[in-house]
Design a protein around this ligand. Structure first.
Ligand code: SAM
Length: 233
């Protein structure tokens, strides 16, 4: 079809319809069918164009995918589970949120779609640059700041955070991140364990007390940094 000059031509007119259908199926079969019920969360997963963030033939498939620099992004259900666990008590709208491990930028886009104001830290500059571009293309650049660095120390200048999501697996929850949580009910979600297997762990802060709750066994790439694992030789 020819598009009138005053209309922005879709990137891929036929493809967009296919992606929308795949996204709706992903929401129904991978999220709702497995117990994700929060309508806000389902709407965000239905809206964010995952195919802009990941390469490959099956951007909406029920599996992890490579995102470059030897890193991967989790399957949509794991992203949804982490997001559900990290939800601030008062909701996402306007909440100050920190993500460690930008990767493709998809998790950041989901949080932005939910209304969060987000800083996300990535140790690989190439991934951070690509994620910035994708977030801009998907329309979330104004709500997300991408920073290059070691996220295990957090970003004290923007603290406190109502929610912190660590999307790489570390040996323990970094102390700086616990300290940067909002004292009244700040929530942190992170895979904790060895380099091969972790338990998704929820930490909730109440003043000077932090409660830890084990959620699910998961497999994430390692969190490398001062308060994570050393880089392998
Ligand atoms: N959230 C990402 C997404 O939506 O695509 C997936 C993240 S991937 C599972 C983990 C990411 O954490 C990798 O990109 C890796 O480079 C990054 N990472 C590992 N250690 C880090 C650290 N100390 N600081 C910042 N990023 C780190």
């Amino acid at each position: 079809m020819r598009w009138p000059r005053f209309l922005r031509q879709p990137r891929d007119p036929g493809g967009d319809a296919d992606h929308a259908r795949d996204r709706a199926r992903m929401v129904a079969e991978q999220l709702e069918a497995r117990g994700i019920r929060d309508p806000e969360l389902l709407t965000a997963f239905g809206a964010v164009e995952r195919h802009l963030f990941v390469d490959g033939d099956e951007p909406y498939g029920d599996h992890a995918l490579p995102v470059g620099s030897g890193q991967t992004i989790s399957q949509p259900f794991v992203v949804a589970m982490m997001t559900a666990a990290a939800r601030p008590e008062g909701g996402w709208e306007g909440a100050a949120v920190l993500e460690i491990g930008t990767g493709s930028g998809y998790q950041a886009a989901i949080l932005a779609a939910l209304g969060a104001r987000l800083v996300t830290i990535e140790r690989h500059a190439t991934l951070a640059d690509e994620a910035r571009g994708r977030l801009a293309q998907a329309g979330y650049a104004d709500r997300v700041t991408v920073v290059v660095g070691d996220g295990t120390s957090g970003l004290a200048t923007r603290a406190p955070y109502r929610s912190i999501l660590v999307t790489a697996g570390g040996p323990s929850v970094p102390t700086p991140l616990m300290e940067q949580l909002e004292p009244s009910g700040g929530r942190l979600v992170m895979p904790v364990g060895d380099r091969q297997h972790q338990i998704l762990t929820l930490v909730v802060r109440d003043g000077d007390e932090w409660t830890h709750e084990a959620l699910e066994p998961v497999v994430f790439v390692p969190l490398i940094g001062e308060h994570g694992y050393p880089e392998e030789a």
